[in-house]
Structures are given as structure tokens and as C-alpha cells.
Ligand binder design. Structure first.
Ligand code: TRP
Length: 467
């Protein structure tokens, strides 16, 4: 057996850059490339984007700092970290994080699997041409309803995820992030340059950056707020876990600021790319409007082959990028559970990775079959209009579990940890010049809890659905 959790032996990121790439890898995922563009579209851009940016700065950044702080201070995974920083009762919050991770990875892997399918399709189309008369909507529908294919794709993605976590922090997660993240940035820049050269770029930029507040509803504002949580991987201890592998000499605040900035930049870039392409094709905007959630898998593939310059070269690269982004996110979710297992239960990493991956795959398999392949899993409804296991779990995580975990963490860091304890960790000489401890403390005590509570209240009392 491997030596478990002897304090001096804890694996660490090799540098701040290593941490930032891994944590940005966690944050940048399907939330940025799939969800952000389509909710921005649904909420008519401009004002929604502004509220989103405000939420990232006023709620996301403070909570990101709080999570990394708790992790680095305690050098423990989520359950142990919250117990040590806040007291025994807080183990419950840690446990909630682990459970949330299981559920989230359960359904996230299903969507991640689709990226592999679209990567393969695009490679094929780039070689032998985009098929005439292809119906992208029907093709996507057939993919999600095909049980065996769902199982194979998501199993493949789970195997990739387990393989990385199995290899550890430095040699697994950091090494993979150091290759995939720069590759992702490079591909994104290529796409961005191409998209900005297209006719629709001006209209896209106007849509995204010109705010018109009469277009924004309260629901839209709360959706922006809720999404800021999901996209930054907050609310379940993923950043506590990654922070626990951060060395004491590295600045919590600088690291957090980098992760938040990169995540935001990539989300906005993804929207600019997609909207530029969409606005360049006459009539496309109305078409996309009919199935916004299908933007990434239904509208975009065809557009690459019919409208984008060098599209047949860029399309496979684009889906490779999406797959990379998804993989660096899935490994962070699995790591929460695995590191809990290693720290609290004294297990060996390799065994923990395989067993947790296999356990979570049970949920993944059921979710994969709940999109039409298997009736009983696909048709039941728990939360009103959402049908099936996949949608139900997504609803549960995005609307309930992440905000609940986030609320606990912000209250814990703001009201239950002493000023001295958090100050020692943040204002320790490594912080950047712009950082004001007092401002952080104000946000984490007052602004973040109120904002997160607003999401929960809207969900509880008004039956809102932000997933
Ligand atoms: N942030 C990722 C995305 O945008 C998803 C994710 C990864 C996540 N780890 C998480 C979300 C932990 C919440 C909590 O796709």
C-alpha cells in the first residue's frame, strides 16, 4: 500500500503557475464553452454579461479566495479542511461537497462524452467532406438517445479522467494541465482571430457588450449569479481541495485572481466566437434561437463547414478544445472525492481513483440512459417541467447543492473564522498591491451571503430553475 496522508509527504503543485493552470482547468469547462454562450443568448447579451461580470467580481472572487485560503491553510481535503478551519460540525458541509461532486461528475461526464463523438465526427468530415443534407438536430437527437453509444463515450471519458487523477497531483493533474491549458489557449486565439474577421463580428460584439437594461429580467440576473458559481467551480470544495496542494509560499489572492480572470476571459471569448459565426450567416440567429442549448452540438458543427474560413481545419481543433476543457474539469471533480478518501480514510491514491471513478460511473451510466434510451429514467419529473434523471440531477446540483455549499463556505469564512486567522493567510506578504483585506472581509461577510441567499430564495419560494 502507498503511504497515506503523512503530513510532510503531501504532494504539491510545483509552482503558482502549476496551480493556476490546474485550477483554471477546473474552472474552464463546459460551463464556459457550452452554457455561458447559450444563457447569454437567451438573456439577450449586454446587460446580462455586465451582471455576470459584476457577480464574478463581487461574489465569485471573494469566495474563490475563501476556498483556496481554507485549503492552503489546512493542507487537507474538503472534509478535513472545513473541520480544522471551522470545527467538527462543518464536516457535514464537507460531506455535502463530496456528495455534490459525485452527482456533478455523474452527469457532467455524459456531456463530456459527447465532445469525443463530435471530435470524431469532425475529423471524419474534415477528411471526407461534410455530408449533403445532413440534419444536425436529428443527428444530435439520435446520439443522445442511443444507449450503447452513450455508455461507450462516457466510459471512455471516465477512463481518461481516472487515469489522470490516478497519477497524482504533480505528475498527473499538473502535468496534464500544463500541456492541455496552453493548447486550449492557442486554439482559442486561432478561433477568435478567425471569428473576428467574419462579417458578423461587429454585431456579435454589440450583442455581448452593449448593455440594454430593459432586456434583463430578475431571473436573468439571478441566473448570471448562479452561473458565476458553477463556472468558477465553487460551492463544493473543489478549490479547497486544489488549494490544499498549494505551498505556503504562494499567494492565495494572486492565484485566485488569475483563475477568475482566465475563466472569465475564456467564457467571453467563447461567446464572441460563436456569436460572430452565427451572425455571419443570414437567418441563422432565428434558427439558433429555437434551440439555444443546442448551440454547441447542433448549430455550430454545420456552421464550421459552411461558413467559417478554414472551417474544416478549425472544426476538429475546436472540439478538441472542448474535450480538453471538459477533461481538466472532470479531473478536478474526481479529485475532491479521491483526496477525501486518501486523507480521511487512509486509502492509496491509485485504488481510490479507480474505485471512485467506477462508483461514479454508475450514476453516469444511468444519466446517459436517461435522455431517451431508457424510458423509466428519461420520463419521470421531480422538479416541475424537467424530465429524466440527467435534468433532475443538474437541477439539484446547480440550483440547490452548489449555492448551499457556497453559502456555508462564505458564512464560514466570513463569520466563523476569526479575522486573525483569515488575515494571516491572505495578508501574508505575498498578496498583490491592489488587495485590501478589509474589502475582502466586507464582501465575504455581507455581499456574498446575501447574493447566494437570493439564489436559494428564488429557487425555494418562486420555484425558479437556473440550470
Ligand atoms: N467549472 C466547470 C465548468 O465551468 C465545472 C466544474 C468543475 C465545477 N469542477 C467543479 C462546477 C466544481 C462546480 C464545482 O464547466
Amino acid at each position: 500500500m502507498q503511504t497515506p496522508a503523512a503530513p510532510g509527504l503531501r504532494d504539491h503543485w510545483s509552482s503558482r503557475l502549476g496551480f493556476v493552470l490546474a485550477a483554471a482547468g477546473s474552472a474552464i469547462g463546459l460551463g464556459n464553452l457550452w452554457k455561458f454562450p447559450y444563457i447569454t443568448w437567451e438573456n439577450r447579451g449586454g446587460a446580462f454579461v455586465l451582471v455576470y461580470l459584476a457577480a464574478i467580481a463581487a461574489v465569485g472572487l471573494p469566495i474563490m479566495i475563501a476556498e483556496i485560503l481554507i485549503g492552503r491553510k489546512t493542507q487537507k481535503s474538503v472534509v478535513g479542511a472545513l473541520e480544522e478551519a471551522l470545527g467538527p460540525a462543518w464536516k457535514v458541509v464537507g460531506g455535502l461537497g463530496v456528495v455534490t461532486g459525485w452527482i456533478l461528475l455523474g452527469y457532467y461526464t455524459v456531456v463530456a462524452g459527447w465532445t469525443l463523438s463530435y471530435l470524431a465526427r469532425c475529423l471524419r468530415w474534415s477528411v471526407s467532406g461534410y455530408p449533403l443534407g445532413h440534419d444536425p438536430g436529428a443527428a444530435f437527437g439520435a446520439l443522445v438517445a442511443d444507449g450503447p453509444v452513450q455508455l461507450v463515450l462516457s466510459a471512455a471519458f471516465m477512463v481518461l479522467t481516472v487515469a489522470v487523477v490516478y497519477s497524482g497531483i504533480g505528475r498527473g493533474i499538473e502535468r496534464v494541465s500544463r500541456v492541455l491549458m496552453p493548447a486550449l489557449f492557442a486554439i482559442l486565439v486561432m478561433l477568435l482571430v478567425t471569428a473576428l474577421s467574419m462579417e458578423g463580428a461587429g454585431e456579435a460584439l454589440g450583442f455581448i457588450f452593449r448593455p440594454s437594461f430593459d432586456e434583463l429580467s430578475w431571473d436573468g440576473a439571478l441566473e448570471a449569479l448562479g452561473h458565476s458559481f458553477f463556472t468558477l467551480s465553487l460551492g463544493m470544495g473543489a478549490m479547497i481541495t486544489y488549494g490544499s496542494y498549494l505551498s505556503r509560499g504562494e499567494s492565495v489572492v494572486r492565484s485566485a485572481a488569475w483563475v477568475v480572470a482566465l475563466d472569465t476571459l475564456i467564457a467571453v471569448a467563447a461567446a464572441v466566437i460563436m456569436f460572430s459565426v452565427i451572425f455571419s450567416v443570414p437567418g441563422m440567429a432565428d434558427h439558433v434561437g429555437r434551440s439555444t442549448a443546442g448551440m454547441l452540438f447542433i448549430s455550430l458543427p454545420e456552421l464550421f463547414y459552411t461558413a467559417v474560413p478554414f472551417g474544416s481545419m478549425l472544426a476538429p481543433l475546436f472540439y478538441l478544445l472542448v474535450a480538453f476543457a471538459a477533461l481538466t474539469s472532470t479531473i478536478s471533480i474526481l479529485e475532491v472525492t479521491v483526496s477525501y478518501w486518501i486523507d480521511q480514510r487512509g486509502g492509496a491514491r491509485k485504488r481510490a481513483s479507480v474505485l471512485c471513478g467506477a462508483g461514479i460511473f454508475v450514476i453516469t451510466a444511468l444519466c446517459g440512459l436517461s435522455l431517451g434510451a431508457w424510458g423509466p429514467l428519461s420520463d419521470f419529473t421531480v422538479f416541475g417541467q424537467k424530465a429524466g434523471l440527467f435534468a433532475t440531477l443538474d437541477h439539484l446540483v446547480a440550483n440547490w447543492l452548489l449555492p448551499l455549499g457556497g453559502l456555508a463556505i462564505t458564512l464560514g469564512a466570513g463569520w466563523f473564522m476569526t479575522r486573525e486567522a483569515t488575515r494571516a493567510e491572505l495578508a501574508d506578504g505575498t498578496q498583490p498591491r491592489w488587495f485590501r483585506y478589509g474589502a475582502w472581509r466586507f464582501f465575504i461577510r455581507f455581499v456574498s451571503p446575501v447574493a447566494v441567499a437570493a439564489i436559494l430564495l428564488a429557487v425555494i419560494f418562486f420555484g425558479r430553475d437556473f440550470s
